[in-house]
Structure formats: structure tokens, C-alpha cells
Design a protein around this ligand. Structure first.
Ligand SMILES: *Cc1c(COP(=O)(O)O)cnc(C)c1O
Ligand SMILES: [Zn+2]
Length: 423
């Protein structure tokens, strides 16, 4: 039986059999997985999906894994939550949060892409896998490889957050810290993958890895009752996630699972690493690489592999991109936690701050149905909030002490911090 998916060059269209390949040998453009939609027509139905597992594997027939693949990691199927309090703060009326801060097993959306990449590592017979990572991918690969029983080498920039380093080492992965930024690390990984024939999830397995992000789009549509939103706001690092949510929506339209509609895509970056949002704002066709300098380390890719495609998708959809400062990121992390009870990492601070700005600037209409993608968990980047909250002296366990504490608290003048939100 022919595989229901194959690799195709994004530029010249050359077709390739399934293999650990990411670049076209004719034109050196990136390869992409194309799933056979006609073959999926019988299995990818609302009823079959509803009867599937409570994980991203309910969409298995449109993910690039063998038909008889038995899922190892139940990633995905995260909550889509109405966000009325945040909406009120920022002038929105119909705002939802796709909350991958609680994605299993390592608390970021990277668990989705890794689940698909490791399924393929298994198919291709690799016994050793690895990745270059800004942090969350390292955690997801380390955990996933432990479940799959694979050896793991993970390369990261040396300035990674301590929690992301610990969350990699605990799974028994070999963590190699590189004295350089993500772009240096990534280049080295390409060379290692060639030399040692290992499966690097975001290098030679990248086309398969990237398809895992479609599950975010499938879930949003299903959780809205098989409807598409008007807008999606999505953080961008390499620029893959935003393009794959859009691809998922297009596949759902092609299969008749949702009504046809052009969803506007809005990209979010940190100003300290904003090659894609800059290209969108300038109307440029190419990406000018940057040297990253931001607390949003999970998004700090200065030369994004899918940047051109992300910028193109945003423009074609009628959307926009914005970038925000580190001060705005911290304040947005607090705002999301205080209004909706969701503690996100710096990337979610970026997305929340950008969402607020898009409403403030009238780029998004208040009545629109908008989904904001929160992609990672705040417990991994607690250093971003270092010094923000005082550790007060303990009081004695007496009611009088408590009353004195409360009255003193109420006497305190309002603290005004320059650049922070006034509450
Ligand atoms: C990797 C990552 C992203 C961006 O993903 P790309 O597909 O590379 O654009 C967004 N948020 C978090 C938390 C991430 O770890
Ligand atoms: Zn080509």
C-alpha cells in the first residue's frame, strides 16, 4: 500500500519518498510533508475523531505516521478557554486562549511536534535522537526519547533558563551546552546529523516534526464546535507553528469538516528578536537575520527556518505581526495570571502583550472571535519574574500581628513603576 503522505519541495514541487530529509536536492529549498486528503476522507470524519483518544492522536489519519502506529505519548488536547477578564482589560469581546501551558508531558506545545518526530525516528530505525533547542524542545525530546527508549543528545545555547536545563537532564538525556546562540547551535546540529546519522527532530526529521503543530489547529476548530475563528494570534520562533495552524484549517475546509473561511493570522515576537515581525511590518519578502537579545529565550531564533513562509502566511491571510519589549512581556505574564489564572512563560507574555496591542491599535475588531495561543508554562521561566515580588518578613501566628500587618499594608502608598501597567 502506498503511504498516505510523502515529502514535497516547497518551491520546485519535487516529490520524495518518506526519509529523514529536510532539503530538496534540486533547489535546496525546505521539504514539507503532504498528506493525501482523499485517502483520509473515510477516516478523518467528525464522528471518528470524536470517538478517538483525548490527545492529538485523535487526528492521526492526517498526521505523518504509519497507519498502524501505536501512540507512545498522549500529547495535546489542551483546553480552549474563554478569557472574559483579560478580554475586558484589553477591549475584546470574544477572546479565547488555547492553553498549551498544560500540554503533556512537558508543559509546552513542543510535546506535539516531538510526538510525531519520534514516531518517524522509530520508523526510520534511528537508535539515537537529538535536537537543537531554545529550551522547550529540549524538554520534550528528552521526555519523549525516554518513553521511546532512545538515546538522546541535546544541544542548547549556554544561557538557557536553569529550569529548562534541569527539565532536560532529569530524563537522562545528554545535554551539551554550546557557547553561542541558537543559530550557532542549529548549524552544528546539521553537521552532527550528517556525520553520525542520528535523528535530529528539527533538522533531518523537521518536515515530520513540523506537521505535529497542525494538531493545534485541528483542536481549535473542534473545540469551537467545528468552526474556525476570525483571528489567531500565535508566537513565532522558527515560524513553523503559525503556518501549520493555517495548514490545518485549510485541510479541514478541503475535507468539509468546517465552513470555508479566511482566518487572519497574527504573529507575535519579542522586539529583541523580531526578524519575522519586522519583515511583515516592512512588507519585505526576505528575512533579515538578527542577533537575539530578549528574555523570551524560547522565541530567540535570529535566523528562522520558516520565517519567509510565516511572513507570507500572515500577509496572505490579511493579518499582521507585532513585537513587544521585555518590560511588556513581564507585565503581560502577570496580567494573564491575574485575569485568567494561567501562568505562562515568556513566550506567552509575548503573545498576550501582542494581543493587547492588536486590539489597542484596531488591528483586531472587538467583536471578532479571536484565539490567542499560549504555548508554554511559567514554571519554566520563573527567573523572568525575579525581583518582581517581595519576600516579606514572616509574622507571628497571632491575630493581633495579622491585623497590624493588614493595616500597615493598606497604608502603603501605591507603587508606581515606570513602564509597567498601572493597575
Ligand atoms: C518553539 C516555541 C514557539 C514557536 O514555535 P515555531 O514553530 O518555531 O515558530 C512558541 N512558543 C514556545 C513556548 C516555543 O517553545
Ligand atoms: Zn526543490
Amino acid at each position: 500500500m502506498a503511504a498516505a503522505y510523502e515529502l514535497r519541495c516547497r518551491e520546485c514541487g519535487k516529490r520524495f519518498d518518506n526519509a529523514p530529509l529536510s532539503i530538496c536536492d534540486e533547489c535546496f529549498s525546505p521539504l514539507e510533508v503532504i498528506c493525501d486528503l482523499e485517502a483520509a476522507r473515510g477516516t478523518f470524519t467528525r464522528e471518528a475523531i470524536a470517538a478517538g483518544p483525548s490527545s492529538m492522536w485523535r487526528y492521526k489519519s492526517l498526521l505523518p505516521v504509519p497507519e498502524d502506529y501505536k501512540p507512545v505519548t498522549p500529547a495535546g488536547w489542551t483546553p480552549l478557554l474563554p478569557a472574559p477578564h483579560l478580554a475586558e482589560r484589553i477591549g475584546a469581546k470574544n477572546l479565547y486562549i488555547k492553553n498549551d501551558a498544560v500540554c503533556m508531558p512537558t508543559l509546552s506545545f513542543k510535546d506535539r511536534v516531538v510526538a510525531v518526530a519520534l514516531a518517524n525516528a522509530q520508523t526510520f530505525g534511528f537508535d539515537t535522537v537529538g535536537c537543537s533547542s531554545t529550551g522547550n524542545l529540549a524538554n520534550a525530546v528528552a521526555a519523549g526519547a525516554a518513553r521511546h527508549g532512545l538515546k538522546t543528545y541535546i544541544l542548547v545555547p549556554s544561557d538557557l533558563e536553569p529550569a529548562k536545563i534541569l527539565n532536560t537532564q532529569v530524563y537522562g538525556a545528554t545535554l551539551v551546552r554550546i557557547d553561542g546562540n541558537y543559530d550557532h547551535v542549529n548549524r552544528l546540529c546539521s553537521q552532527i546529523a550528517d556525520r553520525y546519522s542520528w535523528g535530529f527532530v528539527n533538522v533531518n526529521l523537521r518536515p515530520y516534526y513540523a506537521e505535529g503543530s497542525k494538531s493545534v489547529g485541528f483542536e481549535i476548530a473542534e473545540q469551537l464546535g467545528w468552526r474556525l475563528p476570525d483571528n489567531v494570534v500565535c508566537p513565532m520562533a522558527g515560524g513553523s507553528l503559525i503556518t501549520k495552524i493555517r495548514k490545518a484549517f485549510k485541510e479541514l475546509i478541503a475535507l468539509g469538516l468546517v465552513e470555508e473561511k479566511e482566518v487572519r493570522f497574527f504573529g507575535a515576537q519579542a522586539t529583541g528578536c523580531s526578524p519575522i515581525s519586522t519583515a511583515v511590518k516592512n512588507g519585505a519578502d526576505h528575512i533579515e537575520p538578527q542577533r537575539p537579545s530578549t528574555i523570551a529565550r524560547s522565541l530567540a531564533i535570529g535566523n528562522p527556518a520558516d520565517g519567509v513562509y510565516a511572513a507570507r502566511a500572515i500577509r496572505q491571510s490579511g493579518g499582521w505581526a507585532e513585537d513587544v519589549s521585555d518590560v511588556e512581556i513581564v507585565s503581560a505574564i502577570q496580567e494573564l495570571a491575574e485575569t485568567e489564572g494561567i501562568f505562562t512563560e515568556t513566550a506567552g507574555g509575548v503573545t498576550t502583550a501582542v494581543t493587547a496591542r492588536l486590539y489597542a491599535h484596531g488591528r483586531i475588531h472587538p467583536d471578532d472571535l479571536t484565539v490567542t495561543c499560549i504555548t508554554g508554562n511559567g514554571l519554566k521561566t520563573t527567573d523572568a519574574l525575579a525581583g518582581v515580588y517581595d519576600q516579606e518578613a514572616a509574622i507571628r501566628p497571632r491575630l493581633t500581628d495579622f491585623e497590624a500587618y493588614i493595616s500597615q499594608k493598606n497604608d502603603e502608598p501605591e507603587l508606581v513603576v515606570e513602564g509597567a501597567n498601572v493597575r
